[in-house]
Design a protein around this ligand. Structure first.
Ligand code: FMN
Length: 214
């Protein structure tokens, strides 16, 4: 027990290819193209990505979050503003997002500065969510140690009771962040480990592309 030889697991890629001339001028448009492809084949949670932030001990920390909006100005996800990731972002407001779409043999990595979205934007999304999720945001002290599950259930009951008489609002400690990308890398699996990698970097406000060795 406690060990596993998994050296033999390997796969040769070769579904599609990518070149500097085939990618679109904007990495956001290219992201949209790949996102739409992934939606067709990936099944649920195609919007899941690993968000990596920098911890106080200088060790990067990743966790999965759901991308909820993307546009030229950035990539938005929602979370608890008192969570561990939020504390890390308050100290060091830079992060990366990594998407992996197995069916397409594709990875996208973005990095950049992270800011809170406006209260109006967070409100709009908060009230779009199912009621259970709205109450859950109030009930969960995300990333804090709790004694047991019963503690959470009790918090949900208390929140439910509170909002039977009070009008429901978004907690101040819950909302969105936007990652404003300065670098976006597209990775396409190819045969014999000779994968395609095209990276966009922002240079004087213009996106410039480079091919990287796999
Ligand atoms: C598929 C999936 C989607 C998730 N989506 C979110 C999300 O959108 N926002 C969020 O705060 N946590 C989300 N989580 C939970 C996070 O991975 C993480 O456990 C939580 O945010 C606490 O992270 P932190 O302690 O580093 O702040 C998701 C987890 C999974 C597996």
């Amino acid at each position: 027990m406690g060990e596993g030889n998994i050296q033999g697991i390997r796969k040769d890629y070769g579904v599609e290819e990518l070149s500097k001339t085939s990618v679109l001028d904007s990495p956001i448009d290219q992201f949209e193209l790949w996102f739409k492809d992934a939606m067709k084949s990936e099944g649920s949670e195609v919007n899941a990505c690993v968000l990596s932030t920098l911890a106080e001990d200088n060790c990067p920390e990743g966790r999965v979050v759901l991308l909820k909006f993307f546009a030229e100005d950035g990539f938005t996800f929602y979370t608890n503003y008192e969570s561990k990731k939020a504390q890390q972002l308050a100290k060091h407001p830079f992060a990366s997002m990594t998407f992996y779409w197995r069916t397409r043999e594709r990875q996208i990595r973005l990095k950049g500065r992270v800011e809170k979205v406006s209260a109006e934007v967070s409100d709009a999304y908060y009230f779009e969510r199912p009621e259970g999720s709205q109450l859950g945001a109030w009930a969960s002290p995300q990333s804090q140690e709790i004694p047991d599950r019963a503690f959470l259930k009790k918090r949900v009951e208390n929140v439910k009771q509170r909002f039977e008489t009070e009008e429901l609002k978004r907690p101040d400690f819950w909302g969105g962040y936007i990652l404003i990308p300065t670098e976006v890398e597209f990775w396409q699996g190819r045969p014999s480990r000779l994968h395609d990698r095209i990276v966009y970097s922002l240079v004087d406000g213009q996106w410039v592309t480079k091919r990287l060795a796999p």
